[in-house]
Design a protein. Structure first.
Length: 297
């Protein structure tokens, strides 16, 4: 082998090249919210794809062959963990991917699920900005491990984003602050908002458990209608990832009106009201605060 050929691999590592000359990191996220966080932190240094896109339900996703190909080509794969994307581990294995895998929920203290369903922990931590901040740090560090040359940029963008998120957190507290405790009850489709409820002192009732796959029985629906009437719940919401008809029927039978749409497990399509995580959080909080304040005591 000629000396020139021996040197070639070293030149290809990119260590001696300016950062802009290297290819963006290929990052695959399980779903849209996680992809948004990675795009913000990663900036130009990453190219991020989400397997489960806007308005789609990651609980019941059926991967396509093209999803396995995306994983096979990825440098970094990001998941929420806590049983949220149960299909992901098998898909990663089947794809033969050699990418690093980062679990965004690592180190986050999960809430317990209270509904006796398959998962005993609640994966929907992104509805709590404080827990999300911890996930942002985990993602920032994972990106830096895969692309150390960009670590400074990842850290800078993460810090800016974190400041925006904490400012929004304070704003949400101020929106919900005036709502009397007795009125802080919201009804929705699946049990995705316990973290929001814990963070801001709102009680959520849901038709289904934390997994959208669980079927609602006639008996459980009847009990919910009674509970809505007994607790005088007037803030009822449909979700962007679920069929709205059951919520609409329960609301009608309980004498409540549907106050709007909450974005639970997915962003809206680009151009929609919740096409970024910050817009999702802001939209949900504003809708809930408005519905609760319009409620007679
Ligand atoms: Zn969910």
């Amino acid at each position: 082998m000629k000396r020139r050929d021996l040197l070639a691999p070293a030149l290809l590592t990119g260590l001696d090249l300016p950062a802009h000359a290297t290819e963006p990191l290929r990052v695959v996220a399980s779903f849209s919210i996680l992809a948004d966080w990675l795009r913000v932190i990663g900036g130009d240094a990453v190219r991020v794809e989400a397997l489960v896109g806007p308005d789609a339900d990651a609980h019941v996703f059926t991967p396509r062959p093209s999803d396995a190909r995306k994983l096979a080509q990825a440098d970094l794969v990001a998941v929420i963990g806590l049983g949220f994307e149960g299909w992901m581990a098998r898909l990663i294995k089947a794809s033969g991917s050699r990418a690093s895998v980062v679990i965004a929920s690592a180190g986050i203290e999960p809430l317990k699920g209270g509904h006796g369903h398959a998962h005993d922990v609640d994966p929907h931590f992104w509805h709590d900005p404080v827990r999300t901040r911890q996930a942002l740090h985990t993602l920032r560090d994972a990106l830096a491990r895969v692309r150390p040359a960009e670590a400074e940029g990842f850290a800078r963008r993460c810090a800016t984003y974190e400041a925006e998120l904490m400012a929004l957190h304070a704003q949400v507290q101020s929106w919900l602050g005036p709502v009397p405790t007795a009125q802080r009850r919201v009804f929705t489709h699946h049990d995705a908002f316990a973290y929001f409820g814990r963070a801001y002192g709102v009680k959520f009732l849901a038709i289904k458990g934390m997994n959208t796959e669980a079927e609602a029985t006639a008996g459980s629906v009847a009990r919910l209608i009674q509970q809505l009437q007994r607790e005088r719940v007037r803030a009822v919401f449909i979700e962007n990832i679920s069929d709205p008809r059951l919520v609409q029927r329960i609301a009608a039978e309980a004498g409540a009106t549907v106050g709007g749409r909450l974005y639970s497990d997915a962003l809206s399509a680009t151009g929609g009201v919740a096409d970024s995580y910050l817009k999702l959080l802001s939209h949900n909080a504003r809708a809930i605060a408005t519905a609760l304040q319009g409620q007679p005591s």
